[in-house]
Structures are given as structure tokens and as C-alpha cells.
Design a binder for this molecule. Structure first.
Ligand code: HPA
Length: 277
């Protein structure tokens, strides 16, 4: 049911899984697709991948689906799209990500993932634009996420919900991605809260504790996807080298520009990977 006032997830007594089930019912009704097989969240730079996956069956404004809101951010799309691949699989393309830094709480951040699971999707592909810590990486380069360090001090899990996060970013799916592009490197993603970029000292901390990529999304979503029993593939587009690794100041414009330049290449890579899933 579309909402005009307030977000039902903001009601503390609401059951987020019940709201995700309602959202999945909205998607089935609005797209005419009863079940989806794969879900993909498109981050900065990955937007065009949806066009390459197959035939778009329906595009739905995010705010017509229970619990979703339009992203405030330039460079983010604000739609949910149902795409049928040439092999006949149904992909739910999520172009409406709520970031933790927006301050609406973790339930809203992971609502798209829980909704994807409720539509039937067993595979969750999470993409983002991020800063690279490895000096050999270049802006425009896609990397696989091998693991994460969650520096938000938050979790989408509530209560005594003890979930194993070993192999959170599926080794099987990473291998499959490397069969498509053997040059794909991989690294550990550190989710910071943002919305400020990191200080050079924070980037050095991330490097010291085992991080290779810094960003403001993905880790919380991956945890929710694991809780929902999905298999997860994570990919970052290195839009810039992280603060202090590159000597010039970081800007959102630079991040968007790197995304625009890399978009055709990484989008076709992602489409080929998804076709192979
Ligand atoms: N840090 C955090 N988030 C980002 C960055 C970064 O350097 N680049 C793109 N998103």
C-alpha cells in the first residue's frame, strides 16, 4: 500500500519483515511479476547496468512501494525495476538506496534487501562507489568485496539474533565473477557512517585493521541479506583513492564523474556476471 504521510518503518512497534512482505506484494502488483530470482542494488556508477540485463518488464517509482522513499541524492535513481533476462530469470533492480547517514535508522537502510528477499530473490548483488586504499588501484576500476568491517556501530539485527557472517560475500559468486573477468581484484570493504568522507587518519586506521575499500553503504545491507538467507555478491567501483592516499581533496562531483566514465564498462561486466549467476 503506498503511503503519503510517514514511513511505516518509523513506527517502533512495526514488524519490519511484515512491512517488507507488504512491499513485496506491492512490487508483484505493480510489476505483474509474482516472484523475483535475483536482486541488484545499483550504487554510484552502476546505474546503466539495468538496461543491459534484459527486457524491462516494469519500472516503479520507489515511493509507490511500502516503506520506500525516493533517495535525496543526485546520481541515485529512485526506482525499482523488474527485468527479465534472456534466460528468463526475473531480476529486481533496486535504484533506491537509503543510506545510514540519512539518519532514518537501520530498518530503512535494509528495507530494500528484506523486500528483495520477500519477493523470492535468493541472490543479492550489492554494488557501490567507494574509495580505494590500495595505491595500485585506479578510479574507474571495479573490485569484488571479499569481506567487510562494519564501522557504523549499528546492526540491522534486533535482539539476540546471532547470525554467522563467515563467507558473507560468497566465495562461489566471487569465483564466478572472476570467470567473467579474471582481472577482477578483491578487497575488504569498510563501511563508515559518513556523510563526510574519511580523514586521512581514518583511512590509515582502515588500512591498518585490514580494509582496502572505504564507503558508506553495503555492510549493513549484506548482514540483512545473510539474515534472510540470501547468497551475496558485493562489488565496488573505485571512484577515487581514499583520503590521504590521493593527495587532492575528495568531492561528490569527482565520484559522480568517475562513475559516469566507468559506467558503460562496469555495467556490461555486471550484466555478464548476473547472466552467469
Ligand atoms: N569514502 C567514502 N565513501 C565514498 C568514497 C570515499 O572515499 N568514494 C565514494 N564513496
Amino acid at each position: 500500500m503506498p503511503h503519503t504521510a510517514g514511513n511505516p518503518l518509523d513506527e517502533p512497534t512495526a514488524d519490519p519483515f511484515e512491512i517488507a512482505a507488504q512491499a513485496a506484494a506491492d512490487i508483484a502488483r505493480l510489476t505483474g511479476v509474482e516472484r523475483h530470482d535475483i536482486a541488484v542494488t545499483l550504487g554510484s556508477g552502476w546505474g546503466r547496468a539495468a538496461d543491459l540485463l534484459g527486457e524491462t518488464v516494469a519500472t516503479v517509482p520507489a515511493d509507490e512501494v511500502t516503506g520506500f522513499s525516493r533517495p535525496a541524492l543526485a546520481g541515485h535513481v529512485g526506482t525499482l525495476r523488474s527485468v527479465r533476462t534472456p534466460a528468463g530469470r526475473h531480476v529486481l533492480v533496486i535504484g533506491a538506496r537509503t543510506h545510514f547517514y540519512e539518519g532514518h535508522g537501520v530498518r530503512r537502510v535494509v528495507h530494500s534487501v528484506r523486500t528483495a528477499a520477500a519477493t523470492g530473490a535468493r541472490t543479492m548483488v550489492l554494488t557501490n562507489g567507494a574509495g580505494g586504499i590500495r595505491e595500485t588501484w585506479r578510479p574507474g576500476q571495479p573490485v569484488l568485496i571479499s569481506d567487510h568491517i562494519n564501522l557504523t556501530a549499528a546492526s540491522p539485527l534486533e535482539g539476540a539474533t546471532f547470525i554467522d557472517l563467515t563467507d558473507l560475500y560468497s566465495a562461489r559468486l566471487r569465483d564466478l565473477a572472476r570467470q567473467i573477468d579474471p582481472a577482477l581484484d578483491e578487497g575488504v570493504y569498510c563501511q563508515f557512517r559518513g556523510p563526510h568522507y574519511e580523514t586521512p587518519a581514518e583511512v590509515q586506521m582502515a588500512k591498518t585493521i585490514g580494509g582496502h575499500i572505504v564507503g558508506m553503504s553495503t555492510a549493513l545491507e549484506a548482514i540483512a541479506a545473510r539474515e534472510a538467507g540470501m547468497e551475496i555478491l558485493g562489488m565496488s567501483l573505485v571512484t577515487n583513492l581514499a583520503a590521504g592516499i590521493q593527495t587532492t581533496p575528495l568531492s561528490h562531483e569527482e565520484v559522480l564523474e568517475a562513475g559516469r566514465e566507468a559506467e558503460p564498462v562496469i555495467s556490461s561486466l555486471l550484466a555478464r556476471i548476473i547472466e552467469a549467476l
